[in-house]
Design a protein around this ligand. Structure first.
Ligand code: 4AZ
Length: 700
């Protein structure tokens, strides 16, 4: 509490001798009685009661008893009822008294919320008995202001008056709103925010006569991605002013405002018709002043989806759907033509779609279609790939495989071509997809022996004429052999076997590709395994039956003109007596002679089996040998001798030629001496061992 206030309060209490009381709450009812009632009232009285009830109420007072000395005009004693200084009644007497003025049972109503009672008595009481005075009760009665006639400015409410306890309120009919004077009504703007996709707006009171001084705002605000179009009806009239510059919307106007654009003021008598705003929000402000006349306007508004640009074409692709216009939330898809792949920012993508956004832009730019490729075609061992058409392994490229001729040829189908197909795989032009395989060409040397010569009685073999020939070196011993597959050498069992056992792998050296022994023996090829025919059993060097063995090489050979395999016998191979065969080797050229420095060869005919067998019986008898000719052997040679295989040639091929191909008819095996008259060289009959050869090669 401030000091100043405390001092003022203290002075007030001093002067008055009391505490200031707040105005009491007006009562809603009460009682008033004359002094000493129900005892007779004293003489010489002047007493006043100021009654009040809350604002908006009036007072009804009812006398329950009145006994005041009666006199004409209530001259002596009286109770006067006043409102605002105006006498509402002056009462005296009692209910049955002849003179005086008694209110009876009728209540007295005050026009307002106050009432004053003044009780006045004199000193003279002519009656024997004394008068008791009066007793009355009063109550607040609500005033129905609405039924009051109003004042000079018109009725209390221009439209609807609602009485309330102690007061009233004004209200307006539908379409109107209460003005700030809380009394009169004006046409409602019906403004506000319109967020529906379409709607109808109109000026207040439209199409009836318009009110003055309106200021209405309408906001159309729809979802992003939609634009609003206003379609004004023909019935358009907003007061305009003719100026030198033309019509001016000086006092009345309808202002159309679109965000980020200059607003437009409309007036005149010509409807603007259709206004495309290209915006999702539009504000309309309608303004009229107190003067002039505007009949108003109305419009339908509608919304349209935002448009995106037509997407254009994608080279080697298709954009769907194809439409003349694309709108917000429309999707487009891009698919590439066959053989092309979808690419975006350098990356391949599975599929592509883009949506027209609410800002009128596609959410992704169009992708590109790039031709795809099938990658490098699988390389072909001992062959190659050539492009028949196309480029860089791209879609629809065609490649053809070839084998490295004349050393390899296709197994089965020839000219297999592959096309890069739409599944990005190389597909064969054949129904059954065959993996091209190059198999070695056998028995077809690139160089031919032109002159028939001999080993014993033979001649040097030029390079590449006997490409299957190999030189074996086993523990210092020399033998021959022949290439029959890229990992396999065929030889005689007696060359690689000692005491019934195959030579150890690391004791076996295989030389091939050259005819000159000196240069040939520089680079050996090593054995992975040695396989002697299981039925070869020759401890005493007299039983050369089954003299056949196979050496598996550690590494496969790539064939060329210097190394090529000899063919194996056909299943139905025949040995026709007299057929000329070719035997070659690094063996001696003279019995008990030295090994030659060069590969030798000689041509010898197949000898009749019986003739050969007989020759041995004779020679064995002569030499005391014990060898026997079996059906697993063939003989070749001349009855007069002079041409033969010999020591060191063992294991080499005796080749017959069919259809231009040399096949391994025999393996140099044994003989009684070399090149002797009446004696023949004996060779393992290879055709008898096809199954064993195949089985051994498959199993190892
Ligand atoms: C041998 O010792 C050998 N004249 C090879 C062939 C002949 C004789 C002996 C046939 O490997």
């Amino acid at each position: 509490m401030g000091w100043t206030f405390c001092i003022v309060l203290f002075l007030f209490v001093l002067a008055c001798g009391c505490w200031p009381l707040p105005d009491p709450e007006p009562l809603m009812h009460g009682e008033v009685q004359s002094p000493q009632y129900p005892q007779p009232y004293p003489p010489n009285l002047q007493k006043q009661w100021d009654l009040s009830v809350p604002e908006g109420y009036r007072i009804r007072i009812t006398f329950t008893h009145m006994d005041i000395e009666a006199s004409a005009g209530c001259y002596y004693d009286s109770l006067t009822v006043l409102y605002d200084g105006k006498v509402l009644g002056k009462f005296c007497g009692s209910e049955n008294s002849a003179d005086g003025h008694h209110p009876g049972n009728q209540p007295i109503l005050s026009p307002g919320n106050r009432l004053t009672l003044i009780f006045q008595t004199d000193n003279n009481n002519p009656e024997r008995h004394q008068n008791l005075g009066f007793s009355a009760h009063y109550q607040a009665l609500d005033i129905d202001e609405c039924s009051a006639p109003g004042d000079a400015s018109g009725p209390l409410c221009t439209q609807i008056c609602l009485n309330t306890l102690g007061s009233y309120i004004c209200s307006c009919h539908h379409g109107y709103e209460l003005r700030s004077d809380q009394r009169s009504c004006m046409l409602s703007c019906a403004g506000g925010i319109f967020d529906e996709p379409e709607g109808f707006l109109y000026s207040p009171g439209y199409p009836n006569s318009p009110p003055h001084a309106v200021s209405c705002q309408y906001i159309i605000s729809v979802e992003l991605g939609f634009t609003v179009s206003l379609n004004f009806s023909d019935n358009f009239h907003i007061e305009s002013v003719d100026t030198q510059q033309g019509l001016s919307c000086l006092h009345h106007w309808l202002q159309v405002t679109v965000p980020n654009r200059d607003h437009i003021k409309l007036c005149g008598a010509k409807s603007p018709g259709l206004m495309v705003t290209n915006s999702n929000t539009v504000q309309l402000d309608y303004h009229t002043d107190d003067e002039g006349l505007s009949n108003g306007w109305s419009l339908d508004y509608s919304t349209h989806r935002v448009q995106c640009p037509v997407p254009g074409n994608v080279a080697e692709g298709r954009v769907t759907p194809i439409l003349t216009e694309y709108f917000y939330r429309d999707y487009i898809f891009v698919r590439c033509d066959q053989g092309y792949k979808l690419m975006m920012e350098g990356q391949e993508i599975e599929s592509f779609s883009t949506m027209c956004q609410n800002n009128g832009q596609w959410h992704l730019p169009l992708p590109e279609c790039h031709i795809f490729d099938c990658g490098e075609p699988e390389p072909l061992l001992n062959g190659g790939v050539t492009f028949l058409s196309g480029f860089q392994n791209q879609y629809r490229s065609v490649v053809q495989y070839h084998c490295n001729e004349p050393f390899y040829s296709f197994l089965g189908a020839v000219n297999v071509s592959f096309t890069c197909e739409s599944d990005r795989k190389w597909r064969s032009n054949h129904d059954v997809v065959v993996r091209p395989t190059c198999i070695p060409v056998c028995g077809q040397p690139t160089q031919h022996l032109s002159v028939y010569q001999r080993i014993i009685g033979g001649n040097d073999a030029p390079d590449d004429t006997l490409p299957w020939q190999v030189l074996l070196s086993i523990d210092g011993g020399r033998g021959g052999g022949m290439v029959i597959a890229d990992r396999w050498i065929m030889t005689a069992a007696h060359v690689v076997g000692k005491d019934g056992n195959p030579a150890l792998n690391d004791t076996v050296r295989v030389y091939m590709g050259l005819t000159d022994v000196g240069t040939l023996m520089v680079s050996p090829v090593y054995a992975a395994s040695v396989h002697i025919h299981p039925d070869y059993n020759n401890p005493n060097h007299v039983d050369y039956n089954n003299d056949i063995a196979l050496i598996k090489l550690q590494d496969p050979i790539t064939f060329d003109s210097s190394v090529m395999p000899i063919c194996l016998p056909a299943q139905d191979a025949t040995y026709v007596t007299g057929t000329m065969g070719l035997v070659s080797g690094f063996g001696v050229t003279q019995e008990k002679g030295r090994s030659p420095k060069q590969l030798k060869y000689v041509h010898l005919p197949v000898v009749d089996q019986e003739t050969c067998s007989d020759s041995f019986t004779t020679s064995q008898q002569k030499r005391g040998g014990g060898q026997t000719l079996t059906d697993n052997m063939i003989c070749a040679g001349l009855p007069e001798g002079g041409k033969d295989s010999c020591g060191g040639d063992g294991g080499s091929a005796y080749a017959l030629k069919d259809n231009g191909r040399f096949w391994a008819a025999g393996i140099v095996s044994w003989g009684t001496g070399c090149g002797k008259q009446g004696s023949y060289g004996v060779y393992t009959r290879v055709a008898n061992y096809l199954d064993w050869i195949m089985k051994t090669m498959q199993e190892n």
